[in-house]
Every structure is written in structure tokens, then in C-alpha cells.
Design a protein around this ligand. Structure first.
Ligand code: NAD
Ligand code: MG
Length: 393
């Protein structure tokens, strides 16, 4: 049996992962489930999957959970505090770690899984954006495996030759076509974007996701983070990664080869496909996803993105080209700005302004040490908060 820890079990990716796992009770065993503070949902998941460990980061939520646990016959040990995320990611009984925490909070637990040599199913793209070099170095040094869950990167992984690590050019790949739905505001003018609300931003036309990534999709920062993620995962540079708007979200990305071939991976927009792919790789298993009916899809559209309206995308390209801690600063400023937007404290179009101002204000350093990454993350958050406060006065 393969032992699995799911970091961020109560989120959108966590729930989809448990859905796939529940189809294979004899192959996979859930060893640990973690959440920030949704005690109710985590407890229900524990009742169904009976893990050895449950981690709730928030202490009040853990107190509530502890009461229910006492009245149950569960074999589960409850842990609390963020450091226990790192602990369960490295347990000897864990073979695979689903890294599905949202945001920078996912970095240390993902690094812990890498150091412990686990197969990492990486949904938490922010950890690669913040510290791609360090994470990949740890994966290599400890014989860990890193399989992309992000649908585009999972698609690219499926379309690349198996020796892509030698460098894309050496294997006949010319470039990557990273598809983007364009989010809920694809057709809005800059003027119309001024007054959009968090609820509108979170109503994604093709994917059902957590609130932070939904806003990122609406600003297209999600695609910007994914460009950076692709550069790290596939050992390439931003000039080889082209974003393609594709509103149907059926082609999950493409790889273009020197001989003129373009390979694509298609499927219904359902994260259980990449999750099942990474769980079973190199085998294939049923994920529960409906087969794609190509006749219902009927047509596939592709457009070039408008960087004027979606400034976040351009900022992400620039940050990656700049290198060092620039992507770390971009990511931190974005998390703070998105959180303010979700709390109605910042307008949608100002998200990009905050990030740009933050990239100008915070010193960009080398990104070879974890301490420099964490320091850049902290400074960028402080700066972003100052910028937002100043904007609101
Ligand atoms: P979500 O908001 O639905 O879930 C986030 C999970 O992380 C929850 O279990 C929550 O309890 C936990 N969490 C939040 N803050 C935490 C903290 N500070 N410490 C510990 N745990 C914390 O998010 P999601 O949509 O499932 O996305 C998770 C990750 O997967 C993100 O990095 C996102 O970019 C990536 N991703 C998601 C999708 C998708 O379809 N949802 C697709 C591609 C990539
Ligand atoms: Mg994606």
C-alpha cells in the first residue's frame, strides 16, 4: 500500500484528491490529512479515511476537533501548529505527499517532503515561484520526485519527451504553449474592470477552485505564476513559454517541436485527471472524470492575451527575467493584494499596482538561501501592506 499525506485536504484540490483515492482503498492508504482551520470538514474526512494523523494549524479549531475526536473511535492523532505540517510530510509511513496548501504557507512543508525523498504531487505552485531553485535542488539531492498537478504543467509533462531534463532544445522541443481560460473577465474593458467584486472574480467560467487562485485567474496572475512554474519544472526560460488564451479549457497546454509537431493534452476541466495521473504515473488509472465528448466541444478557440488589461501577467514575466528574489516579492505582494481585494479593501485593478510598486520598492537579492527567500517574502508583505494603507488614505 502506498501511504499518502494530503496537505490542504479541506481545499478544492484536497477534496478532489480524496475523491480519486476513495476509488482505490486497496492501493493507497491516507496517512495524514491537514487543514488550516476547517475542523468540521477535516473531521468528516477523518471519519471516512481514518488517517494516522490530522493536523489543524489553528489552535481554536484544534480544540474543537479534539472534543469530537475524544467521542469517536478514530485511530487518528491530532497535531496542531504549522511545524507539524513539516513533520507529517516527512513521516516514514508516507510515500506520496499531495502539496495542496494555498500560498507561501505551502513552502516549508513541501521542502520537508523533498528532503525526505517523497513523491511530491505539486499543486502549490507558489512554492516553486518563491524558491524554485532551492526546491529543485532538494528534490535532486534527496531522490524525491516532483510531479505537477497544475493542469497545464501536468499536460506539458505528458507531452514532453521523458528526457526533457537534459534541456528542452536538446530534445527537439522549441517552445511551450501554456493555455489560459482568460478567467471571468476575459472580455471586460479596463473601464469595466474598475468595479468588479470578489464574488464576480471567484465565479470562474470553467474551473471550480479556492478563492485565492480564482482571483489570480481573474487578474491572470495565475498564468504569470504558471509561466514561472513552467520555467522551473521544465528547465527553460520565459522566452520559450507562450501564453495562449483558450476559453473552452479543453486543451490543457501544448508542446511545440522542431520538426513542426505540436503535441497537446486534452480533457474535461476536472482536476481529478492530473491528480490521478500523478498518483499512478507511469501507469494510468480511472479518475472518475467523464470522458471528453469531442463533438460536444465542437470547436477550440485560441487568442493572444492582452497584457495592457492583464498587467499581472507582464509583471510575472518581468520578475522571472529579473531573477533572484523578484518572483518571491511578486508572489508575496500578490497574496497580500488579493487578500485585501477579497476583504473589499482594495479594488481589482489596484492589485497589479500594488505588486508593481512593491517590486520597485523591495531590494532584489540572490535566491540561493532559504533565509533570503523568507526575508524577501516578509519584507514584500510589509511593503505591500504599507502601499495598500497609503492608497486607502
Ligand atoms: P483552497 O483555498 O480550496 O484550499 C487551500 C487548503 O490549504 C485548505 O485545505 C486550507 O485549510 C489550507 N490552508 C490555507 N492556508 C493555510 C495555512 N496558512 N497553513 C496551512 N494550511 C493552509 O485552495 P485550492 O484551490 O485547493 O488550491 C490549493 C493549491 O493548489 C494552490 O496553490 C493553487 O494555486 C493550486 N491549484 C489549484 C487548482 C484548483 O483547481 N483548485 C488548480 C491548480 C493549482
Ligand atoms: Mg493551472
Amino acid at each position: 500500500m502506498i501511504g499518502i499525506a494530503i496537505l490542504g485536504a479541506t481545499g478544492s484540490i484536497g477534496v478532489s484528491t480524496l475523491d480519486v483515492l476513495s476509488r482505490y482503498p486497496d492501493e493507497y492508504r491516507v496517512v495524514a490529512l491537514t487543514a488550516y482551520r476547517d475542523a468540521r470538514r477535516l473531521f468528516e474526512q477523518c471519519v471516512q479515511h481514518r488517517p494516522d494523523y490530522a493536523v489543524l494549524v489553528n489552535e481554536e479549531a484544534a480544540t474543537e476537533f479534539a472534543r469530537w475526536l475524544e467521542d469517536s473511535d478514530l485511530p487518528t492523532e491530532l497535531l496542531t501548529g504549522a511545524q507539524n505540517l513539516e513533520k507529517v510530510a516527512a513521516l516514514a509511513s508516507v510515500d506520496y505527499v499531495m502539496a495542496a496548501i494555498v500560498g507561501a504557507a505551502g513552502l516549508l512543508p513541501t521542502l520537508s517532503a523533498a528532503r525526505a525523498g517523497k513523491r511530491i504531487l505539486l499543486a502549490n505552485k507558489e512554492s516553486l515561484v518563491m524558491s524554485g531553485k532551492i526546491l529543485l535542488d532538494e528534490v535532486r539531492a534527496n531522490d524525491a520526485e516532483l510531479l505537477p498537478i497544475d493542469s497545464e504543467h501536468n499536460a506539458i509533462f505528458q507531452c514532453l519527451p521523458s528526457n526533457f531534463n537534459k534541456g528542452l532544445e536538446q530534445t527537439g522541443v522549441t517552445n511551450i504553449l501554456l493555455t489560459a481560460s482568460g478567467g471571468p473577465f476575459r472580455k471586460l474593458s479596463l473601464d469595466q474592470l474598475q468595479n468588479v467584486t470578489p464574488e464576480q472574480a471567484c465565479a470562474h467560467p470553467t474551473w471550480d477552485m479556492g478563492r485565492k487562485i480564482s482571483v489570480d485567474s481573474a487578474t491572470m496572475m495565475n498564468k504569470g505564476l504558471e509561466v514561472i512554474e513552467a520555467c522551473w519544472l521544465f528547465n527553460t526560460t520565459t522566452d520559450k513559454v507562450q501564453v495562449v488564451l483558450h476559453p473552452q479549457s479543453v486543451v490543457h497546454s501544448m508542446v511545440q517541436y522542431a520538426d513542426g509537431s505540436v503535441l497537446a493534452q486534452l480533457g474535461n476541466p476536472d482536476m481529478r485527471t492530473p491528480i490521478a495521473h500523478a498518483l499512478a504515473w507511469p501507469q494510468r488509472i480511472d479518475s472518475g472524470v467523464k470522458p471528453l465528448d469531442i463533438f460536444t466541444v465542437a470547436r477550440l478557440d485560441f487568442e493572444e492575451p492582452d497584457i495592457e488589461r492583464f498587467r499581472c501577467l507582464g509583471l510575472a514575466y518581468q520578475a522571472m527575467q529579473r531573477g533572484g528574489t523578484a518572483p518571491t516579492i511578486l508572489n508575496a505582494a500578490n497574496e497580500v493584494a488579493v487578500d485585501s481585494f477579497l476583504h473589499n479593501e482594495l479594488s481589482f485593478v489596484k492589485i497589479a499596482e500594488v505588486i508593481e510598486a512593491c517590486l520597485d520598492a523591495v531590494d532584489i537579492r540572490d535566491a540561493d538561501e532559504l533565509d533570503s527567500i523568507l526575508d524577501a517574502d516578509r519584507k514584500a508583505r510589509e511593503k505591500a501592506m504599507q502601499i495598500i494603507t497609503a492608497m486607502n488614505h
